[in-house]
Design a protein around this ligand. Structure first.
Ligand code: HPA
Length: 258
């Protein structure tokens, strides 16, 4: 299995990859910039993509999710592990916590969220019963446990449109609906991965309690600071998990129902 890492906010460094080559991939949806490299003990190439582009210049609502996912697939990627910075709605998931979510609620509004536009290829409805790969989640949880890094397995990711943060009323509503964490980039990335029959999972790092649960106004600076203080944990889990992630796993991601 060929694995790609999509680095979100605060995860920009590609020094963990050897023999890095920059690839600009042309897709029907636009260009995508991807780094191809090597990792010790892994025969296939490993890919790294910066979701927010160079110098964090692309905000969540303008990320070209379709180009990114299409490009990774066209390079032969089978499995994607994506990082996301999130706010927490769950009092148990404090800043610095790592959460491996297993469901999402979609409150995005204005994004190209599907590859399927009808026409000659027909109407396609993709099954979302298991949006995140359970095998990848199991591997990441096991590695985190072995490393003594606290990590919550399971949780509901609420995707908002951004780029503004949420109101306290929205956060109260999301909590009532069952949300655990809130972020701006998880959807449609996970949906497009399902449409392409890829294994996909996210490792979410809680950078703050969400609006209203936090006593102070939220700032992007705060998100960056907490991310910077905890990125070493994310990196050590990802790097140790990579060889296991390249093994064919016990999941149905590659033959999903449409
Ligand atoms: N809301 C939305 N996205 C986020 C947050 C938040 O509180 N923190 C980090 N990303």
């Amino acid at each position: 299995m060929v694995v790609a890492v999509i680095g979100g906010t605060g995860v920009y460094d590609s020094k963990w990859l050897d023999a890095v080559e920059e690839k600009t991939v042309d897709t029907p949806y636009g260009k995508a910039l991807i780094l191809e490299g090597r990792r010790p003990g892994i025969d296939s190439p490993v890919y790294f993509m910066n979701r927010h582009g160079l110098n964090h210049s692309v905000p969540p609502h303008l990320v070209n999710y379709r180009a990114n996912l299409f490009a990774l697939r066209s390079l032969g990627v089978d499995r994607i592990v994506a990082t996301t910075a999130v706010g927490s709605l769950n009092p148990e998931y404090g800043p610095g916590s790592i959460v491996l979510v297993d469901q999402f609620l979609d409150f995005t509004k204005a994004r190209a969220h599907t590859f399927h536009q009808g026409g000659p290829t027909g109407v396609v409805h993709t099954d979302m019963t298991e949006p995140y790969c359970p095998d990848m989640r199991r591997i990441l949880a096991e590695v985190a446990r072995n490393q003594g890094i606290s990590c919550f397995t399971g949780g509901v990711y609420v995707a908002t449109e951004g780029p503004r943060f949420e109101t306290p009323a929205e956060i109260r509503a999301f909590r009532m609906l069952g949300g655990d964490v809130v972020g701006m980039t998880g959807v449609p990335e996970v949906v497009l991965a399902r449409e392409l029959d890829l294994c996909y999972t996210t490792v979410s790092l809680v950078t703050n309690f969400a609006a209203g649960l936090s006593q102070s106004p939220l700032t992007h600076q705060e998100v960056l600071e907490v991310m910077a203080n905890n990125v070493a944990h994310l990196r050590s889990i990802l790097l140790e998990a990579l060889p296991s992630l390249t093994k064919t796993g016990d999941c149905h991601c590659h033959n999903s129902q449409h």
